[in-house]
Write a protein that binds this ligand. Structure first.
Ligand SMILES: C[S@@+](CC[C@H](N)C(=O)[O-])C[C@H]1O[C@@H](n2cnc3c(N)ncnc32)[C@H](O)[C@@H]1O
Length: 259
């Protein structure tokens, strides 16, 4: 893998840390993940989550951790950010949380059956996070990475994505569709891909708060982001006059079992 230039690395780090200032908004507005995703993880891992030793990395406010915990897994969460960790502790006071990153996991060798990264692997450096995953997973353990991604064949989603890409100068689709080779350029992990489609119906303001909790908004000047969201609200209310938006997601799962 080529090393990105220093300015790109700084921008990446700024975005990786941007969530801390918006942790309450993140917890209230971000989508969760469907039960079928957890079923797919159990199928690919070849074992139930019940009783499994799981570490959820980049746990954030605990959206994925809560689902793993509810299935009876013994979960430990790992999160680097102050704001996200504080929000996590308010939401899931009984689930252990340790501070750290996927690049230097604060976990013992061979200590977990399953390592999960919900929308978080792309913030790690795979040159470090892959060897760390292999170190802490027991032999035959499973690494599961997933992302809620927009379904771009839906017209209003395509149009909104194009508006965001133009305004923020980013390639949203490329950012959210991580291929196995990008997830592990070393090729040590043999990923299986699964896609799970699901949807939720929410008030337009929750949809906008969800949008506004993404890192490309959080690192942008507040007035700029507010102006974009106000215009977006007008456009969306023309498509959804009853004020209820249907967000449709493909959860893209990359899952690999270690030798
Ligand atoms: C988009 S949020 C995902 C949070 C949660 N997993 C979820 O599903 O809602 C990304 C999280 O990754 C964390 N993060 C940033 N850099 C990281 C790193 N190098 N290793 C692990 N997590 C990181 C951020 O602090 C943030 O909480």
């Amino acid at each position: 893998m080529t090393t990105p230039p220093p300015a790109a690395r700084t921008a990446h780090t700024t975005r990786a840390h941007s969530f801390n200032a918006a942790a309450a908004q993140y917890a209230a507005a971000r989508p969760s993940y469907p039960p079928a995703l957890l079923d797919a993880i159990e199928e690919e891992a070849g074992r139930p989550l019940e009783g499994a030793r799981v570490a959820d990395i980049g746990a954030g406010t605990g959206i994925a951790t809560a689902l793993l915990h509810a299935r009876g897994a013994h979960v430990i969460a790992v999160e680097p950010g102050d704001g996200m960790a504080a929000q996590f502790r308010r939401t899931l006071p009984d689930v252990p949380l340790v501070r750290g990153t996927g690049d230097a996991l604060p976990l013992a060798d061979d200590s977990v059956d399953l390592l999960t990264y919900a929308q978080a692997w792309h913030w790690t450096d795979p040159a470090r996070s892959v060897p760390e995953a292999l170190r802490v997973l027991r032999p035959g353990g499973t690494l599961a990475l997933w992302w809620n991604t927009d379904v771009n064949e839906i017209a209003w989603v395509t149009e909104a994505t194009e508006r965001i890409e133009r305004y923020f100068g980013i390639d949203l689709r490329a950012e959210r569709h991580m291929r196995p080779h990008d997830a592990d350029p070393s090729g040590r992990l043999d990923f299986v891909r699964r896609v799970v489609r699901w949807s939720r119906r929410i008030p337009v303001d929750t949809h906008l708060a969800n949008l506004g909790s993404h890192s490309f908004f959080l690192v942008r000047d507040e007035e700029d982001s507010a102006a974009f969201l106000a215009e977006e609200r007008e456009i969306l209310l023309r498509t959804f006059p009853d004020g209820i938006v249907e967000e449709v997601y493909d959860v893209r799962l990359l899952i690999a079992t270690t030798p």
